[in-house]
Write a protein that binds this ligand. Structure first.
Ligand code: FAD
Length: 919
């Protein structure tokens, strides 16, 4: 068998030299040959070997039941984990249907690595659960050893920034009790003598990381699930999903069809791996993933490698997994091969390894463990895996079909995430929502216009794959799949130097550069697949400057935008906001139930409110404006009688809000219409002490406090165009939002800029909003306010109509929480030292870890870093205000602690004078 170095030399002769960072593959985008014949994968044992090879021909391994509470489709890591967790939650009559045999898709040939530390608190918790399942629970329940090996994990830092990233992870690990150590090169050498440490800055060693065995894990999961009454049926492909439309006109899952009969069920879980798109199509559900080939090679025996930890050398984009007395070497290429065919006939199959693509990993592997140069390759493992546009799984109930859940798109992490995700999916099915905040994995994080957009899915999935091992910087943006949804001011703002951010497919202003336009160009695949990489790419260059854990070079530009807003006025294009109308006979009942605040005030009122789930967690914060009824429809309001509401929701969560509201309306059978006008209306906001003077020149309305108080709205003319003016602020200033029909936005904006010139009006973007809003202490949904945080914990009790007798979704949970005392509380911190923070820093109180930072930014008016995080009492008791006030706090950033002051009220304008125009 060829050695790694021979493979490298061989390739050098036939293809141009690539650097791992700038690989230029010669492959076309389409995949080459189809699957090859089966190969032996160097696992101790696979389920295939354990069973009769002719089983597939014999039909289902058990008779099909006529009905099932839940049907899980697919018997890989996710299907088995979901079935097991459903059974553990006490769901009886759950059935798993596997087309072939368990693990036969991707799972059987996984590398099975489990790393506990990721730059996300939720992911750290999900991984911890998987580890607990495979290392403890399953063995206790079944007596079977899952094959879990705890050999530890070692992350390699070849740069200062990479080591900083690891130190960030180490600090977060302390919150969850995950042991980790930053090692010097010499300490690393002592731990792993075969490693080259000459070019290292250091490493992060996590002793309790390890390796999962796919066959052992899935066998134990199936055994434990069936012992609790679930059924596993192999050799039974699902061929169709039957859908019914209920009396209310809602599409719901009715049955699963197979060649051997159908099973009636209200609930299906699509855990079909790379085949999940096909299963989705059976039900008219869009599943935004692509199949790619993903590979590793297994070496011959290496003397001295036994018991070594697994390695992730992120900078070389490779991993080295301990495989008995050998290593498996794999990684993430810049030019992965898409698997277009996704053929059904692919059980326990592998592809021939394409050395042209894989070779880019070899140099890095040999550099890290030099003995590999002289080590032979025993076998290659190249199999299909599904990848998604943001490298995160697809989970939750599909917006198109009630009762159809997704548990797919696992981006080469489906073994390690399987336990945590299976548990959340089971909870979601049983309780209608997950226990943790799963928004980052929820299918509703994508706007519905994108989820079947082939180019967008492909480009974004490619970029996310190629960047999988890149440092996760706080202000990164994708370069792929951009300009999908643009606002009415897009071209105008671009010409004025706007540097855009992408959220939910929408281009929204990030900040404004004085260096001229920086358009986002069509995706160049970073030069892969023979494409020409963009040269002199202004946007790419500006983005590159963001790649730091310090303050970026244009920190001062954002400072100017913020201070202009506080000192004069700033105009923000917030057109990407979701804008919905809720009207119809039951609109009032629906509003009472959906919104935590009382929004049924007189027409003309605008209320900031939350929407909760039944556990009292916050699904959204939004503003709701009560409308006056009218017979005539316009872009600014539909025709309706009775009650009607205009909802403005954060644009990045528009689909989440839309689906949440629709689900509640369906579940409660409210007769009302939810109308999405997000694309038809733009939103321009002017904020700051000069906003009234500027707007008074453009709006034909009296803007005095008496005529137009805070938290109200009116239809008015602006530069001759009818707009809805709403007196509100996202930044803590006097200001108005103008919600205008799309064609009116540009003339209104231009009139504002003309009027504002003499008042010092500036353009500002979302980076300024982030800073200004945290300075004021306003929450950001999905940062310091999430579906697992209650408004009471988040300091938003004022948004809850608990003093009224009106029932609302989540009320009972809040009342219980209030009666029992809050177990955690959101607290703001400021540091005296000017230090950049971005979230995930550890919060220490009197020498004990009490939480971590969810959101942090720099506040330019107070000239301090601000950080918000939920704190707990380590004794487990309620967190009283006294507890918060009495502590001595430090925040740990990258292993260094900084003295911090706790605040229960924002240190900036704590008396709320500015929004009232009291300067
Ligand atoms: C080379 C490689 C290395 C990897 N390394 C790691 C790693 O180190 N750590 C990690 O966590 N992850 C790793 N992964 C990823 C991980 O293995 C996968 O994410 C995981 O196995 C996917 O599991 P799944 O259940 O989603 O899909 P699958 O295992 O593919 O299961 C889907 C199942 O659905 C069945 N099915 C499809 N259609 C139907 C139908 N119509 N009816 C019934 N059944 C159907 C299929 O037969 C299949 O068994 C790696 C993947 C690869 C390719």
């Amino acid at each position: 068998m060829a050695s790694l170095s021979r493979a490298l030399r061989g390739m050098a002769a036939i293809c141009p030299r690539r650097s791992p960072a700038l690989g230029r593959g010669l492959r076309p985008l389409v995949s080459g040959a189809g699957p090859t014949s089966e190969k032996s994968v160097p696992y101790q044992r696979t389920l295939k070997e354990a069973q009769d090879a002719s089983a597939a021909a014999r039909g289902p391994s058990q008779p099909l039941p006529g009905t099932a509470s839940v049907v899980v489709i697919g018997g890989g890591s996710l299907g088995c984990q979901t079935l097991y967790h459903l059974a553990k939650l006490g769901v009886s009559g759950a059935v798993l249907l596997e087309r072939e045999r368990l693990t036969s898709g991707t799972t059987w040939h996984t590398a099975g690595l489990l790393w506990q530390l990721r730059p996300s608190d939720v992911e750290v918790e999900l991984l911890a659960h998987t580890r607990q399942v495979v290392s403890r629970d399953l063995e206790e329940e079944t007596g079977l050893h899952t094959g879990w090996i705890q050999n530890g994990g070692l992350f390699i830092a070849s740069s200062r920034q990479r080591l900083d990233e690891y130190k960030r992870l180490m600090s977060l690990g302390k919150v969850y009790g995950i042991e980790s150590h930053v090692l010097s090169p010499a300490e690393t050498k002592a731990l792993y003598p075969l490693m080259n440490v000459e070019d290292l800055y250091g490493t992060l060693y996590v002793p309790h990381d390890g390796t999962m065995d796919p066959a052992g894990t899935c066998t134990s999961l199936a055994r434990a699930a069936t012992a609790r009454g679930a059924q596993v049926i192999e050799n039974c492909p699902v061929t169709g999903i039957r859908v019914r439309t209920d009396d209310f006109g809602v599409r719901r899952v009715a049955a699963v069809e197979t060649e051997h009969g159908s099973i009636q069920t209200p609930c299906v879980v699509n855990c079909a791996g790379v085949w999940a798109r096909a299963v989705g199509r059976m039900a008219g559900v869009k599943v935004p993933l692509v199949a790619m080939r993903h590979a590793y090679v297994v070496t011959e025996r290496i003397e001295g490698i036994q018991n070594m930890p697994n390695i992730r050398d992120h900078d070389a984009s490779i991993y080295l997994r301990l495989q008995g007395d050998a290593l498996s070497v794999g990684g993430y290429e810049t030019n992965p091969i898409f698997w277009e065919e996704v053929s059904d006939d692919f059980a326990f199959g592998l592809f021939d390894l394409d050395w042209d693509v894989f070779t880019q990993h070899i140099e890095g592997a040999i550099n890290r463990v030099p003995v590999l140069e002289k080590t032979g390759i025993k076998s290659t493992v190249c199999g299909p895996e599904s990848f998604t546009p943001d490298h995160k799984p697809l989970m939750g109930e599909a917006p198109e079909l009630r009762g159809f859940f997704l548990g797919c798109g696992f981006n080469s992490a489906g073994m390690m995430l399987g336990g945590g995700c299976g548990q959340q999916l089971a909870y979601w099915i049983v309780h209608g929502r997950p226990e943790k905040d799963m928004h980052g994995y929820d299918i509703r994080r994508f706007h519905r216009s994108l989820t079947d957009h082939g180019r967008w899915i492909r480009e974004r999935s490619h970029e996310a794959y190629a960047k999988n091992y890149s440092v996760v910087f706080p202000h990164d943006e994708p370069l792929a799949g951009r300009n999908m949804r643009t606002g009415p001011l897009h071209e105008e703002l671009l010409a004025r130097g706007c540097v855009f951010q992408e959220r939910h497919g929408w281009e929204r202003p990030g900040w404004f550069s004085a260096q001229g336009p920086a358009p986002v160009l069509p995706y160049d695949y970073c030069g892969a697949y023979g494409r020409r990489a963009h040269e002199d790419y202004a946007y790419g260059w500006l983005l590159g400057q963001e790649y730091t854990f310090s303050f970026p070079p244009h920190h001062d530009v954002i400072k100017k935008e913020c201070l202009a807003c506080r000192g004069a006025a700033a105009v923000f294009d917030m057109s990407y906001f979701g804008k919905f109308f809720l009207v119809g006979p039951d609109a009032r009942k629906a509003a009472d139930w959906l919104f935590s605040a009382d929004v049924s005030r007189p027409p003309g009122s605008t209320v900031y409110t939350c929407m909760l789930n039944h556990r009292g967690g916050t699904e959204s914060d939004l503003t709701v404006s009560r409308l006056a009824p009218g017979p005539k429809a316009s872009p600014l309001a539909p025709a309706f009688e009775g009650d009607g509401y205009y909802l403005a929701v954060g644009g990045a969560a528009a689909q989440h809000n839309w689906s949440h509201i629709r689900t509640v309306l369906q579940d409660r059978k409210f007769q009302c219409q939810l109308i999405d006008s997000s694309e038809d209306l733009g939103l321009v906001s002017v904020q700051g002490p000069a906003s009234r003077a500027i707007l008074q020149e453009v709006l034909e309305a009296d803007l005095s406090d008496d005529a137009f108080p805070f938290s109200t709205h009116k239809l008015v003319r602006a530069a001759g165009h009818l707009v809805r003016a709403v007196r509100l602020s996202f930044v803590g200033e006097l200001g108005w939002e103008l919600h205008a029909p799309r064609p009116s936005c540009l003339p209104v904006y231009q009139a504002l800029m003309t009027a504002g010139a003499k008042h010092g009006l500036v353009n500002a973007g979302y980076r300024a909003i982030d800073s200004l809003s945290i300075e004021k202490g306003y929450r950001h949904w999905h940062a310091d306010l999430r579906a697992d945080d209650s408004p009471l914990e988040a300091g938003l009790a004022f948004t809850c109509k608990l003093k009224s007798s009106i029932p609302f979704l989540g009320r009972e949970a809040l009342e219980k929480q209030r009666a029992e005392g809050l177990r955690r509380r959101l607290v703001g911190f400021t540091m005296d030292e000017k230090v950049p923070m971005f979230g995930l820093e550890t919060i220490w109180r009197n020498g004990q870890v009490v939480g971590h930072v969810r959101r942090a930014d720099f506040g330019f008016t107070i000239n301090k870093t601000l950080a918000y995080g939920y704190i707990r009492d380590p004794s487990g008791g309620p967190v009283s205000l006294d507890f918060v006030k009495s502590g001595d706090y430090t925040l740990e950033r990258m292993g260094v602690t900084y003295a911090a002051h706790a605040h229960l009220k924002s240190p900036f304008d704590p008396d709320n004078k500015r929004v009232k125009g009291l300067y």
